[in-house]
Design a protein around this ligand. Structure first.
Ligand code: PMP
Length: 409
């Protein structure tokens, strides 16, 4: 059993008291927000609203201090060396695009190689592809091995072979958003660093499972979205080691990111402003800081073991439902179950569950190349968060049993 008090945790989330009919299992898409986050965002707009870094008035000074405090809060959470290594973006997608654009325009040359994995979200595929052809950079993909029963994993022998080609960049997800599997990042990143590669981690799904320690994880860059960590949408974090952030060519030009502008040329500002053109999502940054303070009051290991319990209960129940094809495995899983009902379209199952107010996602989960490898057109994803209750898992299993029966008619 788990020591984690899921019922008490859930009470922090107004959504569940205001929308009690919902069983929300779409947490890999976005999580709900605790009252502390809603309050921080509301307070900003009610009492502190002002732009940052530009006003001479007290309101702007207060907003700037709050915004910079939020940056420091993220710095401490990730154990980054300094707050200037935390860049606020609009999300993981924006952060990965900034890294890919920035490296392509500065460090990478024709013939260089970038390694990604078969488990990547489109954000960590397309952001590189956008530039590969133009710059003559080669994108290599670590293939999958294993099967659904034992769990798909990356083929580490193939990875080592790709590393022997001396890639300039290795960019990997921490956790697969489609299958839930946790990558053996520590060793993979160390191996990449041993070959001199720049290392990038897409932490969009991983951040809510395992907070990285930037002093021990061999990552030069790490990105995540606030909205998957109980924070607001519209805000992401791009962490980078100073030496690499300074090498990134800015993707966005505009106010704030410059030190001097003339019509002939511009000189860029210092970090972090250099990579934050325009007015940032100030309220969302305060919301993320509130989310981090909130989640930090709970024991991360207890949350993990509670999520494992939710997964196990769901998996055990599925064994009794005929005709379910599981794509995800129970072991080494951060809380995501992906499955299909034999011979049925995933959207049909998701719609039947929606009729019972169970929110899941159906489709290819922004991982089309992975689904092509798995040779299935899509799947239904059940993604658990610590506010989900064991009773909800039981209700979901019952709804799934009924849906399978209806689909078989
Ligand atoms: N990477 C992964 C692994 C994801 O799951 C997601 C969100 N589905 C993203 C990147 C993109 O995140 P966002 O849409 O918040 O930019």
């Amino acid at each position: 059993m788990s020591d984690f008090n899921a019922a008490a945790f859930r009470q922090h989330f107004p959504f569940f008291t205001e929308q009690p009919e919902w069983i929300y299992l779409d947490n890999a898409a976005t999580t709900h927000k605790p009252a502390a986050v809603l309050d921080a965002v509301g307070l900003f707009y009610r009492q502190q609203n002002s732009n940052v870094h530009r006003g001479t008035h007290l309101l702007s000074e207060t907003a700037t201090n709050l915004y910079e405090d939020a940056r420091t809060c993220v710095q401490k959470y990730l154990n980054a060396a300094e707050s200037a290594e935390i860049i606020f973006t609009s999300g993981t997608t924006a952060a990965l695009n900034q890294i890919a654009y920035g490296l392509m325009h500065s460090v990478l040359k024709a013939g260089d190689r970038v390694v990604i994995s078969a488990l990547e979200h489109h954000a960590n595929i397309v952001s590189w592809q956008l530039h590969c052809q133009r710059f003559g950079v080669i994108l290599d993909v670590i293939p999958l091995q294993g099967d659904a029963a034992s769990g798909y994993q990356l083929d580490l022998n193939a990875y080592n072979k790709l590393l022997s080609l001396n890639p300039k960049v290795v960019s990997l997800t921490q956790v697969s958003n489609a299958l839930g599997c946790i990558l053996p990042l520590e060793n993979m990143l160390l191996a990449a660093k041993a070959c001199g590669a720049i290392t990038v981690v897409d932490g969009a799904q991983g951040i809510a499972w395992q907070v990285p320690d930037m002093q021990t994880l061999a990552a030069d860059f790490y990105c995540f979205s606030a909205h998957k960590l109980y924070g607001p949408t519209g805000l992401g974090v791009l962490y980078g080691k100073r030496e690499w952030l300074e090498k990134l060519t800015p993707l966005l030009g505009g106010g704030e990111m410059i030190e001097h502008v003339s019509f002939a040329r511009s000189r860029f500002n210092q970090l972090p402003a250099r990579l934050e053109a325009g007015t940032p999502s100030i309220a969302a940054a305060l919301g993320l800081a509130a989310a981090i303070r909130f989640i930090s009051t709970f024991d991360a290991e207890q949350i993990k073991s509670y999520k494992r319990l939710l997964l196990k209960t769901f998996h055990d129940g599925i064994q009794h439902i005929p005709g379910i094809n599981l794509l995800s495995a129970q072991q080494n899983n951060a809380g995501i179950v992906t499955l299909n009902v034999q011979g049925e379209h995933p959207a049909d199952l998701a719609l039947l569950l929606n009729e019972q107010r169970i929110a899941v996602r159906a489709g290819q989960h922004c991982a089309m190349p992975l689904f092509e490898l798995l040779a299935v057109p899509g799947a239904v994803r059940f993604a658990f968060a610590p506010y989900n209750q064991l009773t909800e898992v039981e209700q979901c299993l019952n709804a799934l049993t009924q849906a399978v029966e209806i689909l078989a008619l």
